[in-house]
Design a protein around this ligand. Sequence first.
Ligand SMILES: *[C@@H]1O[C@H](CO)[C@@H](O)[C@H](O)[C@H]1NC(C)=O
Ligand SMILES: *[C@@H]1O[C@H](CO)[C@@H](O)[C@H](O)[C@H]1NC(C)=O
Length: 529
Amino acid sequence: MRVKMLRLWVGLLFSALCATSAYGGKVLVFPLDGSHWVNMKVIIEGLHSRGHRVDVVRTDDSWYIKEKSPFYNAITLDVESGFSKDFIVKFVEQLLHIQREGKSAWTRFKLEMEQGEKASQMHEKTAKLLEWIFENKTLVESLQSAKYDLVLTDPGVPGGVILAHCLKLPLVFNVRWTSHGEGHLAIAPSPLSYVPMTGTEFSDKMSFSERVLNTLVLLFGEYQISKYIKPHYESLIKKYLSPGENYQSLFQAADLWLMRVDFVFEFPRPTMPNVIYIGGFQCKPAKPLPAHLEEFVQSSGDHGVIIMSLGTLIGELPSDLADEIAAAFAKLPQKVIWRYKGAKPSTLGNNTLLVDWMPQNDLLGHPKIKLFVAHGGTNGVQEAIYHGVPILGLPLIFDQRDNLLRIGMRGAGKSVDIFTMDHDIFFQGVQEVLSDPSYKKNMQRLSRLHRDQPIPPLDNALFWIEFVMRHKGAAHLRTDSYQLPWFVYYSVDVLLCLSSVVLLILGALSTFFGCLCSKVCLQRKSKHD
Ligand SMILES: *[C@@H]1O[C@H](CO)[C@@H](O)[C@H](O)[C@H]1NC(C)=O
Ligand SMILES: *[C@@H]1O[C@H](CO)[C@@H](O)[C@H](O)[C@H]1NC(C)=O
């Protein structure tokens, strides 16, 4: 008994010592709802477990971001977010609807216009939300007096970026996209000769015509930013930040970019010292499955199991598409677990289990899993890489085609066009990835590469967040090149200067030799005379 007490005391003393030696910081998180929240939550839980206090800004109409959590305190704002469930579900439905009209330049154009319009509406609401915050003096004062160490945000919407500047706090991104494109485009040099733009489905080896298109896509993107995004924030920035500030440079001034990119599947490209790669940080070893799922999985025998999920944003499909998929699954000897919220497809076989939600990570890590039928969102792709499960892709929207292209190029999966396929084409796709062992072999190679890192990516992310806390920013890692005028950035002035010097010298030389020649000629002439 005495020994036990003593141990208890030593234990308490030890943990008290540890608690005081670790620095308990305060982090203000401005997240993005939907699938982006899924991985922001992982970092928040990590920060919490290291003894930091986390406050999360959310709105009344938040979709996935809950008010109550053991890991954070919510700061709930009584205002529209612009990213509500209703808005996103309708938007995604519309994108699917347009794509069902067939693949043509016209549908592509309509898709771009629709995305532009919806982005514009979302940014309009985000700007209103920010204005609402800035006009609420008690709220701003309470945020200032809370003495946060830093703001952690997903710059897919600029809310957290602008708020951090207003509060003059160090800024850390959990990023794949800024509101105006792939993250790197905002800070790292991105030569268009080998950095393909998202949506082009090009690789890093482009033909001449592909490079032309790649450049046009960048220019069109710039046009969309100036038309649909920037105007919403200009007056806000002028009024609440400094008038000279420009929208894009607010992002470029961030201290640290925790980039959800993994060069195991992304093409190599130039980067910057304040970019830390954390792709796959949300992946973890599989835990045992709930009893009913384990029983279902085991009932598959040697055939194994296929799982299918189209991600957080897409719970259901048009019923005819769902019927084609269900019919193909019904013909397979494997068991299938399908995360699906729509009405039960009429062709559903008795080997297919429809579920509202599934422990995707635990299923992917189960030895009986043979194939992952996925939409190609980065979270799912990373989890498949981590666990070495080949993918049959059904890309739907956004960057999904580009992600699956990268998996396809590494021979770790293949894609089927969901908008033009029937059950036969889908069935053949499934069969091919299941029966050709190279898909699995290649994916397992990616898995080994991904896991061969000195520090697990989540620990790396937490280390760097704490680094920014300790040093009150990371400005020494950041270039200020974004403040240069474009002709200085590209050294146009230097090139002009040097080329005029060369021209001058050439000009002087040619005049000199010209004169010399004419003099010699004159002398000869006079001799002859
Ligand atoms: C200001 O924000 C606080 C805290 O979120 C809230 O309680 C209050 O109602 C807001 N005031 C106004 C005028 O909206
Ligand atoms: C499932 O369906 C197949 C073919 O339709 C049938 O042969 C089999 O007996 C069914 N199994 C069960 C458990 O109902």
